[in-house]
Design a protein around this ligand. Sequence first.
Ligand code: NAD
Length: 415
Amino acid sequence: MEKICILGMGYIGMPTACMLANNGYEVLGVEVNDKIIDKLNSGELHINEPDLDKIFLKAYKNKKIRISTKVEKSDVYIIAVQTPLNIQKKADLNYVMNAANMIKDFIHKGNLIILESTCPPGTTRDIVGNIIERGTLFKAGIDYFLSFCPERVLPGNIVYELVNNDRIIGGINKESAERAAKIYKSFVKGKIYLTSLEVAEFVKLAENTFRDVNVAFSNELALICEEYKINVWEVIRFANMHPRVNILNPGPGVGGHCIPVDPWFILENIDIKDTLIEKCRNINDSMPLKIVMRTVYILKDYKNPKVTIFGLSYKENVDDTRESPAFIIINELTEKGINVSAYDPMVVNFEYLLSDMEEALRDSDLLLLFVGHHKFKEISLEKIAELMRNKNIFDTRNFYDKSCVEKLGFKYYLI
Ligand SMILES: NC(=O)c1ccc[n+]([C@@H]2O[C@H](COP(=O)([O-])OP(=O)(O)OC[C@H]3O[C@@H](n4cnc5c(N)ncnc54)[C@H](O)[C@@H]3O)[C@@H](O)[C@H]2O)c1
């Protein structure tokens, strides 16, 4: 049985490890975070994703997956560590480099190395390939195989999409791509397309940048509609009835580990100035402050105002708060002397987070809906009205029904 070592037991590495462990491979999950290791080794998950517990427990009980801090000699190595932005808005590739350094001493002829982490074009060849070559004198594509296999799963539906999405797989040569495809074919039902390393790296970035640009367009429409006093949500709904138009929704900013990050990776090594991509990034980055300005305006007549934020994760129905624009909104409001409390039934461990919904809403002057978790629909508007001092709702997601809210005496503000 082939042995696969996966570095990084996060949102991508962990589900991938479980899939492979349940589909004929012996899997070693390597992690550097002790808390994650302790949890996984006691059969518990650190990530809240539908059905992930089932596939993890199956692999764990069948002893097909082990978790360790140390790499072991394997046939295949998959790197699925984080690739955040640094303060210069460049890819911080230290995690990828550390991972490559951790495996280089174990590589032997005929091994396959797969990079899954999203990265600027050229990273697999120039960074991972070079580290392995310097450590071993092995040539990629000759002595060992090198591949880039990006992930395009939707958080909140990772287990399903891991199996059913089509995949693009890049290789330093054809055999590298084919060997990687064979591994993924063990559990992927979608189509698998083979290409070069750099095309695969770029495709991943292009996909997320497309979404970022689309959201920026939508945010700009929202700002323009505000001047015209037109409801942007209605505009987008009708425009999307055109068979070739698909405008995404505006919102209070773009968060998460991918969409606000990946467009900068595209721009990282190029000379072209003044790009559409950068402008769109800046529009999306400006949204949290626009939300803050409007919030301050809504509250201008109240003394010692209190704002209750519903939802802290970067998108609805997930527990992930990475790059969530809620951080910026909370910090800015607090700096302006506004009391902020926050409630999110999906999220644990977040400054300002209150586990008690009633406490978060009590004597509040404004409910700021930041993300529309399904669970918020279970909270009755009557209950919210009862708890608040002043009945104002600022809805950044078109989540509540305006007429229902207004019937209960709320003033309703929509992005
Ligand atoms: N989360 C997503 O929805 C998603 C989707 C597509 C692509 N990606 C990309 O996949 C990559 C991983 O993302 P993620 O969301 O799983 O990140 P994550 O932060 O959830 O997981 C990364 C894990 O790697 C561990 N790690 C760091 N260095 C390590 C090392 N040297 N050895 C072993 N473990 C190490 C970290 O402790 C962490 O637990 C990123 O490049 C991301 O951009 C993520």
